[in-house]
Design a protein around this ligand. Structure first.
Ligand SMILES: Cc1cc2nc3c(=O)[nH]c(=O)nc-3n(C[C@H](O)[C@H](O)[C@H](O)COP(=O)(O)OP(=O)(O)OC[C@H]3O[C@@H](n4cnc5c(N)ncnc54)[C@H](O)[C@@H]3O)c2cc1C
Length: 789
C-alpha cells in the first residue's frame, strides 16, 4: 500500500472532534475492479487489461466457484513479473519466501469469508503480502458462508458479524510478533488454544471488514482499518431509473449513512475516522455513461476513497478507464483547492507510541519506515544481543536511500539530540545497532551478492547480507571469503571492523580482501573509496569503518576454496590453564590451512569444566585433514569428536534475521601474541571467577600478521589470539578480566563493549585515524560503535 501518513489538517476531523457529516477524508483515490469469482477466464482477461489501462486496485472475493486467495496469488505473481497471467506460473516467478519480492503493479484486495480459520487467514495474508511486494489488503466478509456453514444452518447475520470481529482480533494477534508469547483467544465464536505468532506481514497490511448492516459498520469503526460495502441500497435502482439522478442520490446517501456509522463508532472508540478507508462497489447500473464519474465524485465527498466496479467485459473496463482519468483529475483539483492533503491517518496505537522530536510526517516514503505501534515493529526493534525501543527504523533500499536516511536523521537532531544507530544484520556484540528512542538505519534490504568479474573472483556485496548468505552464494563457484564462525553475522558490521574467520590463518582478515567500498558520509554524500580513490578513507574503513560513514557496498576478492574439513573436538578440562596453554601452542604451530577457535567453560552447577574447539582445515583429502587435526585432538583426552568434509557454506550457515535480544551485553576483548603459562593461568582464574558465561579464543595471526600494521586502520596484527569474555555484571567482569588484559597487545573492537578502549584497539594508527575522522565526520555523527572524538 502506497499510503503516506497525514497529520492534522485544518478543518479535518480527528478523535478529539465530535462526529459530523462525512466528508472527503483525503485518502488516496483508488479506482479498481472486483473480479468475477465464477469465470476464471474473464477474471484473467480483466486483470491483464486492468494492468494495461492503469487500474489502482484488483479485488477478488471468495465465492462458490473460486477463492480470493487463489485468484490473487496467481495474479500477483504474474502481474509482478509483467508476464501474461494467461501463461502458467513457473517456480522462478513465485518469489515467495523473499522478504521483498517483485511488486504487483496495483493494490490487491482479498475479500475472504470471515468464517475461515483466522490464524490461517492471517498467515496466508502474510505470504500473499510477500508475493505481491506489499500491495495486499484484506477484508473479512461475514456475508460469505464458510465451509462448515454449508453443512448446517447459515449463522444469523449478527453471529457472522460477531465472528468476523473476533477474527479481526485474532489476525491482529497473529501478526503481533513483537509479543513472544503464544496467541491465546477465547471468544464466543472463535477460540485459539495457543498458537505461535507470525509471520507478520513484511509491509503494512490493511485489515478491513465488509459491513453492510449498521451493526457491522460500527464494528468496522471500532476495529478495522477499512470498511467495505459491496451492496447497493434498493433505493439506488428505483426513483427516476437505474443510474439516474435520483438513483445516484440514493446510492451516495447510502454510502454517507454507512460512513457516519463507521465514523461515529470510531470516535466513540477514541479513534480518528481518517484511520479508516472506505471502499464501495459501484453497482453495475451506475457503471455506464455519466453515472459512474458523478457517483464517484459525490462518493469522495461522502468519505469514500476506493471505488470498485465489476465489469462484464474488457470493453466495459476500457470505457471505465476513460471516466477514471476524469475523476482522478477532478478529485485532485478539488483537493488542491480545498487544501486537503492526501494520506491515511496512522492508527491511534501508532500515534500514541510516537517519540517526541521525530517528525514522522517528513519521513521520505522510500525509506520503508517502521515505527512503534506498527505490528512489524517487534521484528526490527532489537538486535541479536540487545533489546531496544527505537522511535523509528528506516529501511533504505539503496545508497540514495541511505543518503536520504542520514539527511533525515540529522534533520531530526541525531545524533546530538537523539541516538542514531546503523544496522546491517544486527549481530553487533555491542548491541549498539539498536537504541532507545532514537533512529535506526537498517540496511538489511541491501543484501545483493553479485559477481563483477569471474576471472578475478571479484564480487560486490550489500552490507545487509549475512555471511552465511555470502558463503551459500559463492559456494557453487567453489569460492569463499573468510568471515567468522557464525553465518548470521552481517557483512556491514564485520567487514568494517576486521573479520577474524575460520579460514583466517590462511587468508587473513576479511578486510584484507576488500578492493573498494561505496559509502555514504555524514553529510549524506555518496563516495567510493579504493586504493586509487579516496585512498585515506579506504585505509580507515578497513578497521574503523563504523566511525567514518555507512558502507553501502563492498567489492571483495573471493578465494578458491573447495570442500574443507570441519572438526568439533570436546575435552573435559580439569586443569584449564594446562589445556589452554597446550591448545594455544598447537593451534599457533599448525599449518596456515588450520584455523581453530576454542570455547571454554568453567565448572558450573552439575557440569564439569570443558573446552570445545571448532577447527577448519582447508584441505580436501581426509587423511591430510586428520593429520592436521591430530595434534589438536592430543592436547587433552577427548570426550567427543566429530569431523566432516563440507563446503565452507556448511561451516557458516545463515540464521533467522529477526532478532529477539534482551538486556544489554557486557563483553571484553584482548589480543594475545601467545598463550604463555602466565596468560593461561590468568584465563583459568577468569573462568573460575564465575563472572564469565561465554569465553572464546580465536586464532588469528598467520596471513593477517603478514600485513603491515599501518596498511589498514585495523591495528591488531600482532595478536595471534583474540580472546572474548562475556558476562553480565560490568564492574565484576572488568575486575576479573584485568589480569588477562595485562598480557594483551590490543583488542578487537567488535568484541569489546567497554567504552574508551580505542587507544588499545587502534594503537599506533589512532592519530592518523583521528585526523581522517575530523575530515570526513567532523561532527561525530557516527559514534554508536567506535568513538573517535
Ligand atoms: C554470534 C556472533 C559470532 C561472531 N563471530 C565473529 C567472528 O568469528 N569473527 C569476527 O570477526 N566477528 C565475530 N562477531 C562479531 C561481529 O563481527 C560484529 O559484531 C559485527 O559488527 C556484526 O555485524 P552485523 O552487521 O551483524 O552487526 P550490526 O549489529 O548490524 O552492526 C554492528 C555495528 O557495526 C556498524 N555497522 C553496521 N553496518 C555498517 C555499515 N554498513 N557501514 C558502517 N558501519 C556499519 C554499526 O556501528 C553497528 O553498530 C560475532 C558476533 C556474534 C553476535
Amino acid at each position: 500500500m502506497n499510503d503516506q501518513p497525514v497529520n492534522d489538517q485544518p478543518g479535518s476531523r480527528g478523535a478529539d472532534h465530535s462526529p459530523e457529516q462525512p466528508r472527503d477524508l483525503g485518502h488516496p483515490l483508488r479506482l479498481g475492479l472486483l473480479l468475477p469469482d465464477d469465470d476464471p477466464a474473464l477474471a484473467t482477461q480483466l486483470a491483464w487489461a486492468a494492468a494495461r489501462v492503469g487500474v489502482d486496485l484488483l479485488a477478488a472475493r471468495d465465492g462458490e466457484d473460486g477463492e480470493a486467495w487463489t485468484t490473487l496469488a496467481y495474479l500477483a505473481s504474474a502481474l509482478a513479473e509483467g508476464g501474461d497471467p494467461g501463461a502458467p506460473i513457473d517456480g522462478a516467478r513465485q518469489g515467495a519466501g523473499e522478504e521483498s519480492g517483485p511488486r504487483a503493479p496495483m493494490d490487491l484486495l482479498a475479500i475472504v469469508s470471515a468464517a475461515g480459520n483466522p490464524a490461517v487467514l492471517g498467515r496466508a495474508a502474510a505470504s500473499l503480502d510477500l508475493l505481491s511486494g506489499g500491495r495486499l489488503e484484506l477484508a473479512l466478509d461475514p456475508g460469505v458462508p464458510g465451509p462448515l456453514d454449508a453443512s448446517s444452518e447459515p449463522p444469523q447475520p449478527h453471529h457472522a458479524e460477531d465472528r468476523a470481529a473476533e477474527s479481526l482480533r485474532v489476525i491482529t494477534g497473529i501478526w503481533d510478533t513483537g509479543d513472544p508469547g503464544k496467541l491465546r483467544f477465547r471468544g464466543e465464536h472463535v477460540t485459539v488454544a495457543g498458537t505461535p505468532r507470525g509471520p507478520a506481514p513484511a509491509h503494512p497490511l490493511r485489515l478491513g471488514l465488509v459491513a453492510q448492516r449498521r451493526r457491522a459498520q460500527r464494528m468496522a469503526g471500532r476495529l478495522a482499518q477499512s470498511w467495505v460495502s459491496l451492496e447497493a441500497p434498493i433505493g439506488a435502482s428505483i426513483g427516476d431509473g437505474e443510474g439516474g439522478e435520483e438513483g445516484i442520490a440514493a446510492l451516495v446517501e447510502h454510502w454517507r449513512r454507512a460512513r457516519t456509522q463507521v465514523d461515529d463508532a470510531a470516535v466513540a472508540a477514541g479513534r480518528d475516522p481518517r484511520e479508516i478507508v472506505g471502499t464501495v462497489l459501484v453497482p453495475p447500473a451506475f457503471s455506464a455513461g455519466n453515472s459512474l464519474p458523478v457517483s464517484m465524485l459525490l462518493g469522495v465527498a461522502a468519505g469514500v476513497s476506493t471505488f470498485l466496479i465489476a465489469p462484464a467485459s474488457v470493453e466495459e473496463l476500457e470505457v471505465w478507464a476513460e471516466n477514471a482519468d476524469r475523476v482522478r483529475r477532478e478529485v485532485a483539483d478539488a483537493r488542491e483547492q480545498a487544501g486537503i492533503a492526501v494520506g491515511i491517518r496512522p492508527s491511534l496505537a501508532v500515534r500514541q507510541a510516537r517519540v517526541p522530536g521525530i517528525d514522522y510526517d517528513a519521513i521520505p516514503s522510500e525509506l520503508d519506515p517502521i515505527e512503534p505501534g506498527d505490528p512489524r515493529y517487534g521484528t526490527v526493534r532489537s538486535t541479536y544481543m540487545r533489546g531496544g525501543r527505537p522511535g523509528l527504523v528506516l529501511r533504505p533500499q539503496d545508497a540514495a536511500g541511505v543518503s536520504a536516511a542520514v539527511r533525515y536523521a540529522r534533520a531530526q537532531g541525531a545524533p546530538e539530540a537523539m541516538p542514531l544507530s546503523i544496522r546491517s544484520a544486527g549481530h553487533g556484540m555491542s548491541g549498539r545497532s539498536t537504541n532507545d528512542g532514537g533512529i535506526v538505519i537498517d540496511l538489511r534490504a541491501m543484501r545483493s551478492i553479485e559477481v563483477l568479474d569471474a576471472a578475478t573472483r571479484l564480487v560486490r556485496i550489500g552490507p545487509g547480507a549475512q555471511w552465511g548468505e555470502v558463503a551459500a552464494a559463492l559456494a557453487p563457484r567453489g569460492w569463499a571469503i573468510s568471515s567468522g564462525d557464525s553465518g548470521g553475522v552481517g557483512v556491514g558490521g564485520l567487514a568494517t571492523a576486521g573479520g577474524i574467520g575460520l579460514l583466517g590463518r590462511q587468508f587473513g582478515l576479511t578486510i584484507d580482501h576488500i578492493t573498494a567500498v561505496e559509502m555514504v558520509l555524514a553529510d549524506g554524500s555518496q563516495v567510493r573509496a579504493s586504493a586509487s580513490e579516496n585512498a585515506e578513507l579506504f585505509w580507515g574503513v578497513r578497521g574503523a569503518g563504523s566511525a567514518l560513514g555507512i558502507v553501502t557496498a563492498f567489492e571483495m576478492r573471493a578465494q578458491e576454496v573447495g570442500d574443507v574439513g570441519l572438526a568439533i573436538l570436546v575435552h573435559p578440562m580439569p586443569d584449564a590453564a594446562d589445556l589452554l596453554e597446550r591448545w594455544g601452542e598447537v593451534a599457533a604451530a599448525a599449518p596456515r590451512e588450520v584455523t581453530s577457535f576454542l570455547l571454554a567453560q568453567g565448572a558450573r552447577a552439575g557440569q564439569d569444566a570443558m573446552a570445545q574447539s571448532i577447527t577448519v582445515v582447508n584441505r580436501s583429502e581426509p587423511e591430510a585433514i586428520l593429520a592436521d587435526l591430530q595434534p589438536l585432538a592430543d592436547v587433552a583426552p577427548l570426550a567427543q569428536q566429530q569431523v566432516v568434509l563440507t563446503p565452507y557454506a556448511g561451516v557458516v550457515v545463515p540464521s533467522q534475521p529477526t532478532h529477539r535480544g534482551r538486556g544489554a551485553p557486557v563483553t571484553r576483548s584482548v589480543l594475545l601474541e601467545e598463550i604463555t603459562p602466565e596468560a593461561a593461568a590468568a584465563m583459568a582464574d577468569l573462568l573460575a571467577s564465575g563472572q564469565v558465561h561465554f569465553f572464546q579464543i580465536r586464532t588469528t595471526g598467520g596471513a593477517a600478521a603478514d600485513v603491515p600494521v599501518d596498511a589498514t586502520a585495523y591495528a591488531g596484527r600482532r595478536g595471534a589470539f583474540s580472546v572474548l569474555a562475556m558476562g553480565s555484571e560490568r564492574a565484576a567482569l572488568n575486575a576479573a578480566f584485568a589480569p588477562v588484559e595485562a598480557f594483551g597487545v590490543g583488542n578487537y573492537h567488535s568484541f569489546e563493549t567497554e567504552p574508551g578502549r580505542e587507544p588499545q584497539t587502534f594503537g599506533p594508527n589512532l592519530p592518523r585515524l583521528l585526523a581522517l575522522k575530523r575530515e570526513v565526520d567532523p561532527h561525530n555523527v557516527f559514534r554508536d560503535n567506535v568513538v573517535l572524538a
